[in-house]
Design a protein around this ligand. Sequence first.
Ligand SMILES: [Ca+2]
Length: 386
Amino acid sequence: MTRMMRTTLALCLGAMCMAPAFSQLQPSDAPPPATGWRSVTVAEGLSHPWGMAWLPDGRLLVTTKAGGLYILNGKKFDPVPMEGLPAVFTGGQGGLLDISVHPGDKKKDVRVYMTMATGTAEANRSTLVQGVFDGKRLHSIKTLFRVQQDKSGGQHFGSRLVWMQDGTLLMSIGDGGNPPQKVGDMLARDQAQNLATHQGSILHLTDGGKPAPGNPLVAKGGALPEIWSYGHRNIQGITRDAAGRIWATEHGPKGGDELNLIEGGQNYGWPLQSYGRDYRTSEPVGQNVVPGMTGPKVAWVPSPGPSGLAYYTGKDFPQWQGSLFSGGLASMDVRRIALDKDGNVTGQERLAIGQRVRDVKQGPDGRLYLITDEDKGKLLMLLPEK
Ligand SMILES: [Ca+2]
């Protein structure tokens, strides 16, 4: 009998066999290239586009970081942004951010939701705004939700939106910034573990911007009623898959960007659990694995800078159906993340784009679309290779 067999037997002599020592997630480097695709420019010229959403009539709305909302007519963006949008704070990563259309609005008047940084360099916060698009213009613009406390500086606002199957809304909020940035009397980073503030969390809201009923952390003393999950650093990609599961990508520190499977009530660890290192000290931030905290499904080292996340069900690429597509700012690519039916990551590939990818969405036509983060940003469409 070998030593290994004796060990295995010993593990089974108790009340039950212990589960095999769980395999720890290994960080992913840049994956191999995907083949069989090409990108085509649909339109271009918007300065640093950030988010995109399709109207029920098939037209596309695109936000720009500087605060403009543009509509794509045919192959050209209207040269003038829509009027009436609130002033946004555009310092650092701040600006007009994500956009989403109410999934229940199919006729002429549609509710349009936008996330943005509002305020000044000294006092700003992530904000959710709603307007009604009547086919030509946006009206009845109002603020639905504001993070309950100001911060200073231009780091880590989030902020992406995704609708759940029941018509409620998830909104991501960044942790507020890197040390020595503070929010209140605490390092901003540590606010991600503080359920009494919104920083570093995903919020679960009604379509009117109120706390969705039944949020799982409400029973925890002191948890703000909007918080759905926490321990996040800065989520800039979020989507829902065909099974209704929510996936989100977040920026880690230096290394340690993550893909997480989001479930209500879970603590995703930041800054106690991470695969990254502090920018200033290069020391690891937290531990790779912390009991009681939910670890990522993918940890990328080095950091691609993920922004925009789509779940693909289209016909152009049958072999890619059921995969996630994650835009990369620093990596200038899109990562295809293959999933099995149970939501396990089974592989990754890389689609090199050559420009910073800010958002990825599947259009109503089933095609994959990207926007690039440039002075003259492009709307790209992915097609099978000729
Ligand atoms: Ca984490």
